[in-house]
Design a protein around this ligand. Structure first.
Ligand SMILES: [Zn+2]
Length: 140
C-alpha cells in the first residue's frame, strides 16, 4: 500500500500553525495530496509541502519601493535645491563680501553654495554640492 493515500499522514505546511507539521490526507489529486487536515490544530486546508514562496517576492518588492523612495528623497532634495538656486540671484563670493543665512553664493573654486549660518563677526558656513565649508567674509 502506498504511503500517500487518503487517511495517511503527510508532512505539510499548516497555514494556521504557520509551520510544517504532520497532517492527515483528506483528498488526493493523482498521486499527490490535495487537501489535508492538520494534526495539531485540526484545520483543513489545501496541501502545501513547504512554506508558500510568494512572501519572498512581496518582501523584495516592498524593499525595492522603500529603497526607491528613500534614495529619491535625499538625492532630489539637493538637486532640486540646486536647480532652484540656479534660477535665483546669487552673489559672487569674496572675502570682503557680506553674506547672511540663506544667501546663495558663487565661489570661484567650489561653485554654487548656500549659506547655512553666519558666525560673527566674519565667518560663514556654506553648503556646496559635495561638502560644507567654512569661509571668511566681511573682511575689509
Ligand atoms: Zn495547524
Amino acid at each position: 500500500m502506498s504511503k500517500t493515500a487518503v487517511g495517511s499522514d503527510v508532512e505539510a505546511y499548516c497555514t494556521k500553525c504557520k509551520m510544517v507539521l504532520a497532517h492527515s490526507i483528506v483528498a488526493m489529486q493523482g498521486t499527490k495530496p490535495r487537501r489535508v487536515r492538520c494534526n495539531t490544530c485540526n484545520g483543513e486546508h489545501n496541501f502545501r509541502a513547504t512554506k508558500p514562496v510568494p512572501k519572498v517576492a512581496s518582501k523584495k518588492a516592498a524593499a525595492k519601493t522603500t529603497k526607491k523612495t528613500t534614495t529619491k528623497k535625499t538625492r532630489q532634495s539637493w538637486e532640486e535645491v540646486m536647480q532652484e538656486a540656479a534660477a535665483k540671484p546669487h552673489k559672487k563670493y569674496s572675502m570682503s563680501g557680506s553674506f547672511g543665512e540663506g544667501d546663495w553664493i558663487e565661489h570661484a573654486t567650489f561653485g554654487l553654495g548656500c549659506v547655512q549660518a553666519f558666525i560673527a563677526p566674519n565667518k560663514i558656513t556654506v553648503r556646496f554640492a559635495d561638502t560644507t565649508r567654512l569661509l571668511v567674509c566681511n573682511r575689509s
